[in-house]
Design a protein around this ligand. Structure first.
Ligand SMILES: [Cu+2]
Length: 378
């Protein structure tokens, strides 16, 4: 009995914790849980309205059943004065049988119709011809994000403009997979859509408020499925154009970048995890970064990663041309900070066990240099 009570307590406590998650979601953490009941985009609003209707119908059924059940249990409970005989039994009441057949059928038809209408509305939506197009390719366990109209590629973080009633700016999203099934889901922006190998799927979003919206892969796809997170950053149209202009640039040449003042903040940081603490000055940093680029180009990094404007043209891993413009690395497994990036390059298998980037067996010094180079990729 005591055990049963404890497990019940734990059960309800975890339910409670789960519901608090959506409250905590307001702080800016890497792992916050997106709330599907707080839609900020056109298709998500439609889905939300439908789910509220379905919930209301289910709640009404639940209420009727519970009230009748409680009434019967109380009204006809066992009494000391009972004579032990069964009450009068009813057989073959066509009235009752009709009622419990026809009413559920009607309810089910209503649910089917409203669902079909919402799905149809969302799928058949005519988007403006000049709508922004994004192609997302699922990989174990990260998202490749292509902007074919602008000719650049990024990863895991999707940037789109905000839409308003005066200036509608929806985004069409083309979904493909390079390996296994994945599922694109950003609950506040749209419903789930599968990414299927050898098939092209579509979905669209039309965010109505700027901000960052979190999503994740919603189809189990292997070891690191849980860390196949994505974020959608919704900008004002002007900010979006600024972001696009930066992404379109090839990686800036090292000599110009490393001496820029914004490298100074990197210079303040120190290497962690037992590596020698380097208090580097800007010029030293430039030397480090130049060395880093040489190493990057001489080891296997270039086989898997692309850095536009350099000889690195691999496509197996994420495009690194503007790595530092991303908030996270490893599809949301860690924030894109100096210590995390260092740890990643040193051995990605520590941060993301089983991920498809191997431990490159670099020395601390080589990692310092490569990270100095990567940090010029803004
Ligand atoms: Cu997955």
């Amino acid at each position: 009995m005591a055990k049963w009570r404890l497990s019940t307590l734990i059960f309800w406590f975890s339910i409670l914790l789960g519901s608090f998650n959506s409250v905590w979601a307001s702080s800016d953490q890497v792992y916050k849980i997106p709330n599907a009941f707080d839609p900020h985009s056109v298709p998500a609003h439609d889905i939300h309205a439908l789910s509220m209707l379905v919930l209301a119908i289910c709640a009404a059924i639940f209420l009727v059943v519970t009230v009748v059940l409680v009434y019967v249990v109380v009204r006809y409970r066992h009494r000391a004065t009972d004579d032990g005989q069964e009450p009068q039994q009813i057989y073959g009441s066509s009235q009752i049988e009709l009622a419990w057949t026809v009413i559920p059928i009607l309810i089910t038809i209503v649910l089917i119709l409203v669902t079909a209408r919402t799905i149809g509305d969302i799928q058949d939506k005519e988007l403006p011809k000049d709508a922004l197009q994004i192609k997302i390719i699922g990989h174990q366990w990260w998202w490749e994000v292509r902007y074919p109209q602008y000719g650049f590629v990024t990863a895991n973080e999707i940037h789109v403009p905000v839409s308003s009633s005066s200036h509608r700016l929806p985004t069409r999203i083309i979904l493909e997979s390079s390996d296994v099934l994945h599922s694109f889901w950003v609950p506040q922006l749209a419903g789930k859509t599968q990414l299927v190998p050898n098939k092209t799927n579509f979905t669209w979003i039309e965010p109505l408020q700027t901000g960052t919206y979190l999503g994740n892969c919603a189809q189990y796809c292997g070891t690191q499925h849980a860390f196949m997170l994505l974020r959608v950053v919704v900008h004002t149209p002007e900010d979006f154009q600024r972001w696009v202009a930066n992404q379109k640039r090839p990686a800036a040449s090292l000599t110009s970048v490393a001496f820029e003042s914004n490298s100074a903040d990197i210079a303040q940081q120190q290497t962690i995890n037992g590596a020698p603490q380097l208090a580097v000055k800007k010029t030293q940093l430039a030397v480090l970064a130049a060395e880093g680029q040489k190493i990057f180009q001489s080891v296997a990094c270039v086989n898997c990663h692309r850095i536009a404007g350099t000889s690195a043209q691999g496509i197996f891993g994420p495009d690194l041309t503007h790595l530092m413009s991303r908030k996270t690395i490893g599809a949301g497994v860690a924030e894109n900070t100096h210590p995390n990036l260092w740890q990643w390059v040193r051995n990605p298998q520590v941060l993301k066990v089983g991920c498809l980037m191997p431990d490159m067996q670099l020395t601390h010094r080589q990692v310092d240099e490569i990270v100095a180079y990567l940090e010029t990729l803004r």
